[in-house]
Design a protein around this ligand. Structure first.
Ligand code: ATP
Ligand code: MG
Length: 451
């Protein structure tokens, strides 16, 4: 109390760890439409409450419900331990070793149930830069709220009473369309630098402003991301790129001064003039697909983001006298190796990327059995979509994309006729004249047919 008073007199913002009381908002105030709430999430909270535990829908789902958006998924927070949760449901699995959570399955839908976490990170083990390494104590609800990232992500919704509990002014911030980190921004970024990427993602996705104090230390703290395990950075990058607002996110990264030195991928994507049109098209395409609820393949996305780097390396190897196809594979290796230190591209994704890249010269061999073989390729669709992006960006003549579109649609006779269209074939294989850079500019694709 006295601490609070002193803080108020000194004008220091409220300390996250001292906020134990939540504001309550009823249906009129929060405006959540019960029809937008997943019936399975309601089942989970009700079953827990019936067994005598506290249970709330929490995090992003509450935020999205209050905003009138459709939540991607529903998380539940409770004071029951994972074992206690598991006992209540038929299809429930305890996941994770250090901090256990429970996955409750209903057909395709997964409800993630987490036990309230303790707030204090003071005693938690940290790395040399202050990043919290383990933080797996259970705690009170107010402690759970304090360790969440943003005020708008720290609200709890009880569907039975239709009440929202708000510990950190999330409702006010939602109305002001303001993204505000809970607690002292520097300390929170230090504890977990991935929050820097989360600021960017939510600001772009929700079109929220970033509170000045939340924003101020971001650029200076960016290098801390280097100490985060690559797999976590990858997960967060993937969320960013698949948010349906990838373009806006990347623009925001640039605006916040986070685009340089943060990740090799971003340096490549945001600082390569030659590939800009290609990347822009790829991201616009991805955003559109996400918004239409269509699946997006991470392999395709990363293959697109790094394509112009591959092209550059490919040309360099060929200029050094390598054969075209081995050159392409060497280039792919270089590019993938350069990323994996900080961005743990899963093997499956890296394999997809390689397949998509390796298919590209094959599209230019429009003779004999080659096109038929390519049609059989398991990743044909992705490779073809990639080819169309290359055409649309002006990297190669659009004729070749059209030829493939026709070939895919055609019946047997028409396909033979297309294969006879020699003149088009010869000119189409050559890429458009590329802007020369650093002594490059060799025709990249013409020699493929010799391979
Ligand atoms: P989305 O709709 O994109 O999934 P989300 O808010 O649900 O957004 P998640 O990554 O699914 O984001 O995280 C769920 C919740 O867990 C968040 O709302 C937040 O309360 C908490 N959280 C997630 N990551 C962090 C973090 N790095 N630091 C603190 N709290 C976090
Ligand atoms: Mg979520």
């Amino acid at each position: 109390m006295i601490k609070k008073l002193i803080r108020r007199i000194l004008g220091v913002g409220s300390d996250a760890s001292t906020t134990t009381q939540a504001k309550r908002f009823g249906p009129e105030a929060h405006g959540i439409n019960p029809d937008d709430v997943s019936p399975n999430a309601v089942r989970v909270t009700q079953a827990l409450q019936k067994a005598g535990y506290k249970a709330f829908i929490v995090g992003g789902a509450v935020r999205d419900l209050v905003l009138g958006l459709k939540p991607k998924d529903f998380d539940v927070a409770t004071d029951a331990t994972p074992e206690e949760v598991k006992r209540l449901f038929r299809r429930a699995f305890i996941i994770g070793r250090r901090f256990q959570i429970v996955h409750v399955m209903f057909g395709q839908e997964l409800i993630e149930v987490t036990t309230f976490r303790g707030s204090s990170t003071d005693d938690a083990p940290k790395d040399a830069h202050g990043r919290v390494l383990r933080d797996n104590t259970f705690g009170e609800q107010h402690e759970d709220a304090a360790r969440r990232d943003f005020t708008i992500n720290a609200m709890y919704y009880d569907p039975s009473q239709q009440v929202v509990l708000d510990y950190h002014g999330g409702m006010k911030d939602i109305r002001a369309r303001m993204l505000r980190i809970i607690g002292t921004p520097e300390a929170r970024y230090r504890e977990d630098p991935v929050r820097l990427l989360r600021v960017v993602r939510f600001a772009a996705k929700l079109e929220f402003k970033i509170a000045p104090a939340t924003r101020a230390p971001m650029a200076v703290m960016a290098p801390l991301i280097n100490n985060v395990p690559a797999a976590r950075v990858f997960d967060e990058m993937l969320k960013l790129l698949m948010s349906g607002h990838a373009m806006a996110c990347l623009q925001r990264l640039r605006k916040e001064g986070l685009h340089h030195g943060l990740l090799p991928l971003l340096d490549v994507v945001l600082e390569q003039p030659l590939g800009e049109k290609f990347v822009t098209l790829a991201l616009a395409n991805t955003d559109e697909r996400v918004r239409q609820g269509k699946p997006v393949s991470p392999g395709f996305l990363f293959a697109a983001l790094l394509w112009h780097q591959v092209l550059e390396r490919w040309e360099a190897y060929r200029a050094a006298g390598e054969f075209p196809i081995p050159s392409l594979h060497l280039a792919a290796d270089d590019v993938l190796d350069g990323q994996t230190e900080k961005l743990a591209l899963q093997r499956r994704i890296a394999t997809d990327m390689r397949d998509i890249w390796a298919m590209q010269p094959r599209f230019e061999r429009r003779i004999g059995k080659s096109p038929y073989k390519l049609l059989e390729h398991p990743r044909m669709r992705a490779g073809y979509d990639f080819l169309l992006l290359r055409c649309a960006s002006g990297e190669i003549e659009s004729e070749i994309g059209q030829w493939w579109t026709d070939f895919i649609d055609a019946d047997g006779q028409e396909r033979e006729a297309l294969l006879q269209r020699k003149p088009a074939q010869e000119t189409a294989a050559a890429p458009k004249k590329r802007r020369r850079r650093g002594g490059r500019g060799r025709n990249q694709t013409r020699s493929e047919s010799a391979d």
